[in-house]
Design a protein around this ligand. Structure first.
Ligand SMILES: Cc1cc2nc3c(=O)[nH]c(=O)nc-3n(C[C@H](O)[C@H](O)[C@H](O)COP(=O)(O)OP(=O)(O)OC[C@H]3O[C@@H](n4cnc5c(N)ncnc54)[C@H](O)[C@@H]3O)c2cc1C
Length: 411
């Protein structure tokens, strides 16, 4: 029987503790918050997108931050295992658009409660309000941890699952990275990975609150198209956010940091070729022939976008439809399919959904999640330099790494 200390009761740490306890080991789970799974509770807008039904190769493609490192962990415990795990705990799941898996109840709290019950059944000793200050290493071997009250816990193995540095209010304030660094691990520079984008253009900010579905957004870096995504986005008081913006933000954050010039172009009618769109506009113009153009586009666009698009096309909003020229119509097509605006920055890492950077993957054995520098020290979750897109990829990564670290530490 071993004594195993797990640092952090997020999805990675809770899964690790449950698995480590399987061999009759004594497992102590330390969490600095007064509650476990504080971040898990707010995932998926409170609905908790626990995984995705994508196959293994697709899954890894959706984890641009070192996805390949997860190959073994995914082999050990993949999306069907997560679904079975929660279903066995009385949390049935459902699949939504994009293969995203949620609890049928749409309640993240059901996921957290199931994990809490399983921790209890597995006889894991949970200590809340307990912050770990140091991992103790002697002659390259982990021997325990020191807590912020000065007390020491001896351990045969320690699993560090303290998360990244985003949403620090949920507990993941970067302190886990300092713990790893203090025992000699290299920390890859942190960067916001899924983060809203800042634009100072007035019309973008004026549209705050407006959501667009089924649009295609292209990103241009130093005038070269670098990315393109189809789906949903939203305007905010500082710029833009929403699923496709967040997914594109990883590279944009890196490019902005290195001084590159970025602009986005929204295609509001991506299903139509320019010719078909022009024909569609002509049909609308026939229908509204006696109206001013600002009142003739109501079938085509959300009300608030009409003046913006007309402005882009240099068309007077008061002009009557029957006076619109062919040239103006072509400019309108172009504005509808290339509504462009500059990106001036990204929101801070504290507001990122996921932290990029973290403990260097080269110093962790992907088969066991054990440190290559310190015997008996294991890692799991966002504390490692791994980040995925939205869609359930990050939680699956946390569960898979937690599972592997727990099993291996418990052996
Ligand atoms: C708003 C939001 C929505 C999200 N939605 C989704 C989603 O729907 N699907 C998805 O796949 N991913 C989602 N994510 C990402 C996902 O939540 C994270 O990737 C995941 O929680 C990482 O798990 P973790 O266990 O590694 O870290 P965390 O969940 O961050 O847990 C780490 C825990 O360690 C504790 N801790 C830290 N330092 C110490 C210390 N020194 N001593 C003791 N305890 C410590 C913290 O308090 C925390 O409880 C979302 C993230 C956010 C912010």
């Amino acid at each position: 029987m071993k004594t195993i200390v797990v640092i952090g009761a997020g999805p990675a740490g809770m899964m690790a503790a449950i698995q480590a306890a399987a061999n009759n080991n004594k497992v102590i789970l330390l969490e600095k918050n007064a509650k476990l799974g504080k971040k898990l509770m707010i995932t998926g807008k409170g609905r908790c997108n626990i995984t995705n039904i994508a196959d293994l190769s697709e899954f890894i493609k959706n984890i641009p931050g070192n996805g390949k490192f997860l190959y073994s962990a995914f082999k050990n415990f993949f999306n069907d295992d997560v679904v079975n795990f929660f279903e066995a705990l009385g949390v049935p799941t459902k699949v939504e658009r994009g293969g995203r898996v949620f609890p049928q109840s749409d309640r993240a709290i059901d996921v957290v409660t199931a994990l809490a019950d399983k921790l209890y059944d597995s006889k894991v000793e949970l200590r809340l309000n307990t912050k770990v200050e140091r991992i103790i290493v002697e002659d390259g071997l982990v021997t325990g941890i020191k807590m912020s009250d000065g007390n020491i816990l001896k351990a045969d193995a320690v699993i560090l699952a303290a998360g990244g540095a985003s949403y620090p209010g949920t507990g993941s304030d970067g302190s886990g990275l300092k713990l790893a660094q203090a025992v000699g691990h290299k920390i890859m520079p942190l960067h916001p990975a899924l983060v809203p984008l800042v634009s100072e253009e007035a019309w973008v900010r004026d549209l705050q609150g407006l959501s667009l579905r089924n649009v295609r957004v292209s990103a241009f870096t130093d005038n070269k198209k670098t990315d393109e995504m189809f789906g949903e986005m939203m305007f905010t008081h500082f710029g833009v956010t929403g699923p496709i913006i967040l997914s594109m933000s990883r590279q944009i954050a890196l490019d902005v940091a290195s001084g590159k010039k970025i602009y986005l172009a929204i295609n509001l009618k991506p299903a139509l070729t320019p010719e078909k769109l022009e024909a569609r506009i002509q049909r609308d113009f026939q229908k509204y022939t006696r109206k001013q153009i600002k009142n003739a586009m109501i079938d085509l666009l959300p009300h608030r976008l009409i003046p913006v698009v007309l402005n882009f096309a240099y068309i007077d909003a008061e002009k009557f439809v029957n006076a619109i020229t062919k040239k103006e119509r072509l400019r309108l097509v172009n504005a509808l399919q290339k509504l462009s605006f500059d990106i001036h920055g990204v929101r801070p890492i504290a507001e990122a959904i996921v932290t990029g950077g973290g403990v260097h993957v080269k110093e962790i054995d992907p088969k066991t999640m054990q440190s290559k520098l310190v015997n008996g020290l294991f890692f799991a979750g966002e504390v490692i330099d791994i980040d995925g897109y939205t869609g359930g990829f990050n939680l699956q990564a946390a569960f898979s790494m937690g599972y592997t670290a727990g099993i291996m530490a418990g052996k």
